[in-house]
Design a protein around this ligand. Structure first.
Ligand code: PMT
Length: 398
């Protein structure tokens, strides 16, 4: 998804510098051409050799190094960058840029680039709340520099509070939005995510392992790319994505009702939810007691197949389903594409631990109605979401 994109990763001196290594790997995996600039302090935490080995490019540390014979180092990097990300960004670096000081390779490149610049600050809570720091950040924001909010937790200095560098996967997905234009602003997405729960009695239910991460990643990415997004979510532990209308349901029947109510507004429907195929025929009003029962047989009845219903409705919307499979991934997914009458199905091998349910990454194969297929490598769910949206955009524009 980042093939042809040049990303300059600036690394400042802070204990979180080790996380920049993982961030670099995510960009590389997504196909970006990566160039790392390290400040002098950053090199006290991680060696340039680590970044050089993983990026496949020389690491830049010196302002006055000549670059490729005739090119001036910071200007060349500044010109070539499609995106410049500073992670971790220290109060010192942010203060320098906010006040026009360009005295090393990183601050000079930031000043010289026309590419979007994103700072991911990481520092002690008191530094983060210091009015001098706050006004420097605010000043840079008024000029269009973007900031990724630090997360809260145990800090290396022993404090508890805000100031941690977010997880590399979060930095990766958050930073991608600066590379993508608002290309979906004409679309309205209806997306489902998470599991459904089918109650047996007031204390028990049938469900599955869906965490909602895949569907939420798609909803977040679509909203970041300018789409209007309605997310219908089963029970999850996730925060609602910013800029997304999120509606909560519990059972498959509730999800069915909510989807059918909102489907007519959508230009694209994506069903990433893991809907329970069956529900108990009888839901007991009181807690079922175990006394005198060595075994317990539950009679189940079929839930509505929401996607199949949508496929029969002759909606104008582009219809995208997921297929969670453990055997014959492609054969079963292709059958679902035809049976449910969808435009695109995302075949998901859920027998892998690093893909499908609960994982932060996913490995899927896209099966199109015209018989073509595309296999995606193992990627963060945010990257899978953006590639899926790219393909959907192509189908919508066709
Ligand atoms: O939530 P995560 O932990 O991130 O995990 C992601 C995921 C594995 C749940 C997701 O990637 C995925 O594969 N979702 C589809 C799961 C599923 O229910 O697959 P299925 O093969 O049983 O269903 C096929 C399609 O029909 C799906 O789009 C499903 O939403 C839909 N369906 C299924 C049953 C039903 N009664 N109604 C439906 O609409």
């Amino acid at each position: 998804m980042l093939k042809g994109k040049t990303i300059v990763l600036g690394v400042c001196g802070g204990i979180a510098a080790y996380k920049a290594v993982e961030l670099l790997r995510l960009y590389k995996k997504a196909g970006a051409d990566l160039h790392v600039i390290m400040t002098a302090a950053a090199q006290k935490f991680v060696t340039p050799l680590t970044f050089q080995t993983l990026s496949g490019n020389p690491v830049h540390t010196e302002l006055f190094d000549l670059f490729q014979g005739h090119e001036i180092g910071h200007i060349s990097l500044a010109d070539r960058a499609d995106l410049l990300v500073v992670a971790p960004a220290t109060a010192n670096l942010i203060g320098k840029v906010a006040n026009g000081i360009a005295d090393d390779l990183l601050s000079t490149t930031i000043m010289a680039t026309r590419a979007p610049v994103i700072f991911a600050p990481a520092m002690n809570t008191n530094m983060l709340e210091n009015p001098v720091y706050c006004s420097n950040q605010a000043r840079l924001e008024t000029f269009g520099y973007r900031f990724i909010e630090p997360s809260t937790g145990d800090l290396a200095c022993g404090w508890q509070g805000k100031g941690k560098l977010p997880d590399p996967a979060q930095l990766f997905s958050n930073s991608l939005t600066s590379l993508y234009p608002a290309d979906l602003s004409n679309e309205t997405f209806l997306i489902t995510a998470g599991p459904t729960r089918e109650e047996i009695d007031p204390v028990r239910y049938l469900s599955n392992y869906s965490s909602g991460k895949m569907g939420y990643a798609i909803a977040r990415a679509a909203a970041e790319r300018g789409a209007k997004v309605v997310l219908i979510s089963g029970p999850t532990a996730l925060d609602p994505p910013r800029g997304v209308e999120t509606l909560y349901v519990v059972s498959a029947q509730q999800m069915n009702g909510a989807v059918l109510e909102r489907a007519h507004e959508a230009t694209v429907v994506i069903k990433a939810a893991a809907v329970a195929d069956y529900r108990p025929l009888i839901r007991a009003d009181g807690k079922v007691k175990k006394e005198g029962q060595e075994t317990w047989s539950l009679e189940l009845e079929k839930n509505p197949d929401i996607l199949a219903t949508l496929g029969q409705m002759g909606l104008k919307a582009l219809l995208v389903g997921f297929a969670a499979e453990t055997d014959d991934l492609i054969g079963n997914a292709r059958k679902k594409l035809e049976k449910k009458n969808v435009d695109l199905i995302v075949a998901n091998d859920v027998s892998r631990v690093d893909a499908g349910f609960e994982a932060d990454t996913n490995a899927v194969r896209l099966l199109f109605r015209d018989g073509s297929e595309e296999e995606l490598p193992l990627l963060p769910k945010s990257a899978v979401a953006n590639i899926l949206l790219d393909r959907i955009k192509t189908l919508c524009d066709a």
